[in-house]
Design a protein around this ligand. Structure first.
Ligand code: F6R
Length: 617
């Protein structure tokens, strides 16, 4: 949700080009408009406009700025306050064009602040909340001449979420970065260049050494050095620990694939294998905490919520306790009067920054009840990790495609590993049985590899055969409802089609009225204990003329025989493999969405109106 990139360097580089490449790598965070400001000779040079970065670059030559300039801020926007127009694009400047600000987040009290500043004679050009900030800094600089103090005073007046990068025309070697609730990472090439960005991949080609800025921390970036302060005590610098990120830059590049989405689907086997290396100690810790809980909730948003729905099934199977799944935006409302003592919350988030999730767990932790939070995220040091008692980091690597794919399978895998750890601790299953579940789980990368090798033509054929059907259903029962819902979400997101994942049993209570001759229905049909009932549901649709497409295991006969088209997932149909079917079945639906997007000339990496990290309510 808005991408921020800042660079200050002493190297002989084309600063505009690096800033442009930086926001290109952050484009998945928002792509309504973009802008770059560089600074040289006590002047700011701004280029910005509405539209996607490549289009604006063609028009404005975003890599052409004064050669001498060694400082730049760059921004890619996901519009909240103010339409995606040139005027509303970042950076925003003060009245004298001396102070430039780029922002990710939302200022809640911007109307009051704007009125206060207007009454003092400030002139605003945009409709954004962000434009308040350069004017507030300008105002503060009038009373004290120190930029650092002026920024601190300005942001103390702001209520809301912000990751901010700020520069001033008269401070040739200084970027000030400050955050609250919106992520901001500082990257450093010692003695040469310092970066700030909303996400690590933005500066990963240059350095993997970084500092993760926390709420109310300020960083003063100079070329190759950085100092940190607490916004409420800016007289004394504070020490922060440097972190080394072990992601390779290759993982954040397309590497020959046409789109990140496709690349990331193909990376699922590797992501799963990496995530299998989560340490036994952390899994045991998670498992023991869940065993000690009186009440367990699982919460997340979007794809992560569907991973939670699948994971809850798998954990419950071994834990034998009910886990209540609640979408994070509804968490507080649902539990306001009923959150119980000794509850545990499992919170799942790819980015670790989803604001509704952070708010839910913060609320629960601050309540009188002694609630613990166990989180699963892909991002080390993300906000969720700071509000959690225990954390499992999935090892999917950077996910750049806006539609989550490889993180979904790793989130289910991480929960499955916890489930099997619980099985080992409570010993209701024999060691031999548990080992069979492990073997099945460990085979998931190979199953996906085999599927990807042989089924692309079939998926493309199905996409073409569905061309005329603007809406249809993925139907399933039991754990596969999670798979169906995630498949439906992928098609909505990237192919702009209203495809709904739904309970096959529940579908006869309404949705079945849509069925006409040739109406397609895709059944997700692993051979679990819902299989026979699913056949009944399938017949209800088939007998009304529905065109049945089914997703089954390799040796399936009954449902395959009843289907017009069958997609076979190359895995055994025993109970061990079937338990983990959301991991092995989802790539087929992700690919369906991907090729449907191409069929409609849509860019699957940048779905309309979406952004990858949702840091607004
Ligand atoms: C779907 C998608 C979103 C996210 C949701 C939660 O493809 O990417 O639905 O799953 O915004 O994001 P995280 O997992 O970062 O909390």
């Amino acid at each position: 949700m808005c991408g921020i990139f800042g660079i200050v360097s002493r190297k002989d580089i084309n600063i505009g080009k690096i800033a442009l490449e930086g926001i290109k790598r952050l484009e998945y965070r928002g792509y309504d408009s973009c802008g770059i400001v560089t600074q040289y000779d006590s002047k700011l040079f701004v280029k910005k406009d509405a539209g996607k970065i490549d289009v604006i670059h063609k028009k404005l030559k975003l890599d052409e700025f004064p050669n001498e300039s060694k400082l730049a801020l760059a921004h890619t926007r996901w519009a909240t306050h103010g339409a995606p127009t040139k005027i509303n694009s970042h950076p925003h400047l003060d009245c004298n064009d001396k102070i430039a600000v780029i922002h990710n987040g939302i200022l809640e009290n911007f109307i009051e602040l704007r009125e206060e500043l207007l009454s003092k004679g400030h002139i605003f050009k945009s409709e954004t909340d962000t434009e308040i900030i350069p004017h507030l800094i300008e105002d503060n600089l009038k009373t004290n001449g120190d930029l650092k103090i002026a920024v601190a005073n300005a942001i103390k007046k702001c209520i809301g979420a912000y990751g901010l990068a700020i520069c001033h025309a008269d401070y040739p070697d200084t970027i000030i970065a400050v955050r609250r609730e919106s992520p901001l990472i500082i990257g450093i090439e010692d003695g040469k260049t310092t970066y700030c960005a909303s996400d690590i991949p933005a500066f990963l080609p240059y350095t993997n050494k970084c500092y993760i800025l926390e709420d109310d921390e300020m960083a003063i970036l100079k070329a190759g050095t950085v100092e940190f302060y607490d916004v409420n005590n800016i007289s004394v610098p504070k020490q922060k620990e440097i972190q080394k990120i072990d992601w390779s830059i290759k993982a954040a590049e397309k590497g020959g694939y046409k789109h990140f989405m496709l690349k990331e689907i193909y990376e699922e086997p590797t992501a799963l294998r990496q995530t299998m290396k989560i340490s036994n100690d952390s899994l045991k810790d998670f498992a023991e905490t869940l065993l000690s809980a009186e009440r367990i909730y699982i919460t997340a948003a979007g794809t992560s919520f569907y991973a939670a729905l699948a994971g809850k099934f798998i954990i419950t199977k071994f834990l034998g306790k009910y886990i209540q799944a609640i979408e994070c935006s509804e968490f507080k409302i649902e539990l306001e009067n009923s959150l119980e003592e000794n509850s545990i919350i499992i919170a799942i988030s790819q980015s670790g920054e989803t604001i509704d999730l952070i708010e839910a767990i913060r609320w629960a932790k601050e309540s009188k009840q002694r609630v613990k939070v166990l989180s699963i995220t892909n991002i080390v040091g993300s906000t969720i990790t700071r509000h959690s008692d225990k954390v499992l980091i999935t090892q999917a690597g950077p996910e750049i495609g806006v539609a989550a794919t490889k993180t979904f399978v790793t989130q289910i895998l991480a929960q499955s590993l916890v489930a099997l750890e619980i099985a080992k601790l409570i010993r209701t299953e024999s060691n031999d049985e548990i080992q069979k579940y492990y073997n099945a789980l460990y085979s998931t990368p190979k199953v996906i590899e085999n599927f990807l090798e042989k089924n692309i033509d079939l998926i493309k054929y199905i996409v073409r055969s569905l061309e005329k059907n603007l809406n249809f259903f993925f139907l399933a029962r039991g754990i596969s409802i999670a798979t169906a819902k995630e498949g439906g979400l992928k098609l909505k997101e990237v192919a702009c089609r209203f495809i709904e994942g739904y309970s096959a049993a529940h579908a006869k209570h309404g949705p079945i009225s849509l069925v006409r001759e040739g109406y397609p229905i895709i059944f997700i049909a692993p051979p679990d204990n819902t299989y026979e009932r699913l056949i009944g549901n399938l017949m209800e649709f088939k007998s009304r003329g529905g065109k049945i497409i089914s997703l089954v295991v390799k040796e399936d006969k009954k449902i395959a025989d009843l289907s017009d088209i069958t997609i076979r997932i190359p895995q055994p149909g025993d109970k061990y493999h079937t338990l983990f079917s959301p991991i092995t079945f989802i790539p087929a639906l992700q690919l369906l969405a991907y090729y449907a997007a191409l069929e409609h000339n849509l860019d699957p990496d940048k779905p309309l109106n979406l952004a990858k990290t949702v840091t607004v309510h």
